[in-house]
Design a protein around this ligand. Sequence first.
Ligand code: BGC
Length: 763
Amino acid sequence: MIRVHLRQTAVAVVLLAGCTALAAAQALTQQQIEHRIDALLRQMTPQEKVGQLVQYNGDTPEAATQAKAGQVGSLLNVYGADRINELQRAAEQSRLKIPLIFGYDVIHGYRTIFPVPLGGAASWDPQLIEQSERVAAKEATAAGVKWTFAPMVDIARDPRWGRIVEGAGEDPYLGSVVAAARVRGFQGNDMADPQSLVACAKHFVGYGAAEGGRDYNTADMSEQTLREIYLPPFHAAVKAGVGTLMSAFEDLNGVPTSGNPHTLTEILRKEWHFDGFVVSDYDSIHELVPHGFAADDEQAALEALTAGVEMDMADGVYAKWLPQLVKSGKLPMSVLDEAVRRVLRVKFRAGLFQHPYYTNAERERTEILTPQNREVARRLGAESLVLLKNQNDILPLPRSGKKIAVIGPLADDQANQLGSWVGRGQAADVITPLQGIEAKVPQGTVLHARGVDISSLDKQEISGATGAAPAPVGATGAAATQHEAGPATIEGAVRVAQQADAVVLFLGEPGGMSGEASSRAFLNLPGQQEQLLESIEATGKPVVLVLESGRPLDIRWAAEHVPAIVQAWYPGTEAGNAIADVLFGDVDPSGRLPLSWPRSVGQIPVYYDHKNTGRPSSNDRWHTGYLDESKEPLFPFGYGLSYSTFRYSNLRVLTPQITPAGMLRVSAEVQNTGRQTATEVVQFYIHERVGPTSRPVRELKGFERITLRPGENRTVEFSKSAQVLGSYDPQMHFVVPSGTYDVWVAPNAAAAGVTGTVQVAPK
Ligand code: BGC
């Protein structure tokens, strides 16, 4: 099968500011919806029922005919108000007039592109994340899209896996908070609102645990790990009312997730009472065959539908085989009906029956890429930046009197600011870091050189395994705002750096090195960037390294030698402004790492909520660790600096004795001890000392962003149900064991912060 990817192609959309929402549909009650579904099911032929479970990819010449014939329930990768309305009119001409639902990967924005999801999560700001998804929903629905295949809520602990960029990092608590915020943002108060998207939590489940970080690879984990680490963000999405879920590609504990009754039926339907529908991942029903789980597509269709995958994305397996399976009696009609009911339920909830034409050319013209939308992208972009190092307060940069050299292949590159999966985002819309910096110093001198190119990296250069290619010779770096003509060279960049008072170096990965099927075995800076970095550092000029990547890279040399390092991920359309806001101190850096940053590939997986082991100490050789590397990450989960400093004191356990039914309340004081107003992300961790299963050394259970003036002291209180202390026992019962629990309020997972204990007694 030939797969058409429509992810990064250009579209010409006329863009003007403004917003003209169509009136929201009058909501139907749940009972009315079920009655309407009953009535439809009574009239539908088996073929029409199967049609509702079929999703085809792309805008094909036969799409309208299929819609009129009731042979398709959904299309993906079709957009544009006029075309969508035309296809919806075709569906309206079908016998039962069931509307289509149009799906698209609105992953971090539709046209206004926000930071990649991992970067968004680094903001630890659920309100702003929600707001960004609200903007994404408005833009996408204006262009006719009604359903996004997002949020991706897969926990990921292996930066070799390229799709780590699409999630919220390593932690189930942070991941759950972000998942719920994204669902609320996409769906708004009501999925039927013309400006709301139906969300889709994906990829259910365990996809991020791919062995070796190799995309699509097997995941094998205990039921306890599944329930405590990988399922919680999905559960949070379901509790937030997510309309749909997507099954995954991988085989989980021996059963591929697109045919897995344990996860799809037992957990999702029966335990969580999810009543929306599940769409397969692209081709994943057919892929049950190469997995060796189904003999052929016919069996694959049966396994997937019976397990609880209601809609078939793109591979045509349901369309081809379900009618026969019903006819032969292998597939009970009740199973088919239940699947159709779920799809129709979501279509009703999305308001599609009442308002199939939720957009028009006017909406598309006025609601996309507005200045207001860009402003949200700029704010989230700035909040997503994580200041990893700032020796001698080299940042923020002075605005005047200094010559700044802006160097590196990503410094003035528009496309690569967007990241790996950019909807209808356009490179031409992007403010580059160089432009952002120039705007901050209108009177100053800015010099620029690329140094090296990374746009055409091939696999050999990426891996670093074969050594770097020799440097091209000849060209020199350009000064001021001129862009170099001809090839970039390290020598040219060094000459530019020598003329400056300070250097800001933009290095990292091209956006396409992250995302699907973009696993890496090495995490080095690709191409010749490490040489560029070392050569620039050797000039003796103060260097600020801004890293742009969808994953932590191996930056041991930089961490030792470069005085200031900022992790910028891919900030999106407003990248340059967002980065410059932080570099010049207009915005205090408040991003915190949503994952542990490994020192080297050999440590992977490294995550903060690991177990203690029987030999945790590093005082002698016979402990858990490596002979040739520390076992600690380079930077811990939750870590990030500000331009100010904070002091933690006076932890008070307000409820020293509780029962599992009680509330746990802990407070601590946090003071801004620096010279400027700044934001801190105050984090709350727990640890169960003794239990029926060994417990992680720390687990995040709460956090709060607070902004304090210089000298200001604030008491931050965490008030949580005692259930947050619970875990699964070996029989997989959720329990809150009696005993002693440590609590911390701290700036990151490795910091001592302030600590105390709480006792849990039986009821
Ligand atoms: C990806 C999904 C995506 C789908 C549709 C698949 O390859 O795994 O995340 O939603 O394609 O584009």
